[in-house]
Design a protein around this ligand. Sequence first.
Ligand SMILES: NC(=O)c1ccc[n+]([C@@H]2O[C@H](COP(=O)([O-])OP(=O)(O)OC[C@H]3O[C@@H](n4cnc5c(N)ncnc54)[C@H](OP(=O)(O)O)[C@@H]3O)[C@@H](O)[C@H]2O)c1
Length: 248
Amino acid sequence: MSNELVVITGASSGIGEACARAFAKLGRPLFLGARRESRLAAVAQECERLGAPRAVAHALDVTDKASIEAFCTAAGTPSILINNAGAAFGRNSIDKLRDEDLTGMLDLNVTGLVRVTRALLPGMIAARNGHVINLGSYAAHGVYEGGVIYCAAKHAVRAITQIMRLELSGANVRVSEIDPGLVETEFSVVRLGDEGKAKKVYEGFQPLVAADVADAIVWVATRPAHVNISEIVLTPVAQSSLSKIHRG
Ligand SMILES: NC(=O)c1ccc[n+]([C@@H]2O[C@H](COP(=O)([O-])OP(=O)(O)OC[C@H]3O[C@@H](n4cnc5c(N)ncnc54)[C@H](OP(=O)(O)O)[C@@H]3O)[C@@H](O)[C@H]2O)c1
């Protein structure tokens, strides 16, 4: 493959960081984005140690149009784009939903993903080579109370992924979605704003770790060029549905 570049949004922690490490071990050049620049720089440095020929850390706020433009211009054309930046804010029911959580989740998980994709896709189409991998969620396969906007946002990501596959028919650009259940990352700390409450989410069972999800992403990205994996749903064995979790 002539262009090996892997672009990852939200690479400063969790699944994005695990993907960066995994692709570094495969010797792929990396272009990494997130808001926490010093953490991102440390991830990039570690990736070069692990085998990436080049790992660039570049500031990115996917809720800011100018930041996306600067990031995507500097990145160039990727062979793989991993749209990973995302989060949930709060667990409120719709009547108690805070306006900043409503707009914040949609801006980050939906608008941001679309804008990054819109900026980088033309290069992939022109090159007739590319793979867009969107981080959806198990929350795109059902609903739960307290997840009104997060579930809606991830359902939207799933629809966007499916529509992209239709629109890219004949373009030789692959489109995949990875939909994990409970993964112990900083996700719950961000969502609940409290380390103690976040720990409780994963109590009494073995959650997925970020490397489990990165494993699935690497597998999706390394199939033969004519194979497109549409979506993967992966959960901890203890998680039978969005709300049924066996805590031993
Ligand atoms: N953990 C789970 O249980 C789970 C399950 C299903 C799906 N997911 C999805 O997996 C993805 C990664 O989440 P994670 O679990 O790895 O959580 P995480 O550890 O909190 O990582 C989230 C990443 O997104 C970045 N990010 C957040 N806001 C951003 C913004 N405005 N602009 C750019 N980057 C931003 C964060 O970096 P900065 O803060 O430095 O910007 C961080 O690198 C998300 O899309 C999430 O919805 C997670």
